[in-house]
Ligand binder design. Structure first.
Ligand SMILES: [Zn+2]
Length: 187
């Protein structure tokens, strides 16, 4: 089921998500809703708090922009190692239409549980490494706007408040509401 993506600023997006005690059917349902929502929004990553669920769950699929990739589920992810540095122009499904340069590690190693609750390790570079760090931030209540200057952040905050007001008053065309422009690799 496609779920509504929360738009920043929104108090819930600033909260720290709870670890998942057990990967059961309800968590798998959540993961399914997350990937469906991510694909519907044309994003390459989504974290559970973005749909209002404070569980440590992430879905990533960078295959539209990165060769050899597929849908990845990460439950209770831990970034165990990072290497190098890179700057990437990031977008976020919770900050539609905006994109800013963010400094990140170039390569990451992650430990997590998969869709079936089995532990696994993932090594990522390129967009996948960016996506892992961006989505992990969401679980900590951090957004890419927290990595940029306060001046830029306040300008974006103003545009998001305007966008939210427009969406609220535009209740007659709900289909249009979902069509806010998004960055080519919104996360
Ligand atoms: Zn995001």
């Amino acid at each position: 089921m496609t779920r509504e993506i929360l738009i920043w600023p929104e108090p819930l997006l600033k909260k720290i998500s709870r670890p998942v005690a057990r990967v059961d059917d309800s968590i798998r349902r959540l993961l399914d809703d997350m990937s469906e929502t991510m694909y519907a929004a044309d994003g390459v990553g989504l974290a559970a708090p973005q749909i209002g669920e404070l569980h440590r769950c992430i879905v990533i699929d960078t295959s539209p922009r990165q060769e050899g990739q597929k849908l990845i589920h990460l439950v209770n992810p831990e970034i165990v190692r990072t290497e190098g540095a890179t700057t990437y122009t990031e977008g976020c499904l919770s900050v539609p239409g905006e994109a800013e340069d963010v400094d990140r590690a170039a390569k990451v190693w992650v430990r997590a549980l998969d869709y079936h609750g089995k532990p696994f390790e993932l090594e990522g570079d390129g967009l996948l490494a960016i996506a892992v760090q961006h989505e992990f931030d969401h679980l900590q209540g951090t957004l890419f706007v927290d990595h940029i200057s306060s001046l830029k952040r306040e300008l974006i905050r103003r545009r998001m408040k305007k966008l939210k007001a427009e969406r609220q008053s535009d209740s007659e065309s709900p289909d249009e509401i979902r069509k806010a422009p998004s960055h080519r690799s919104a996360l």
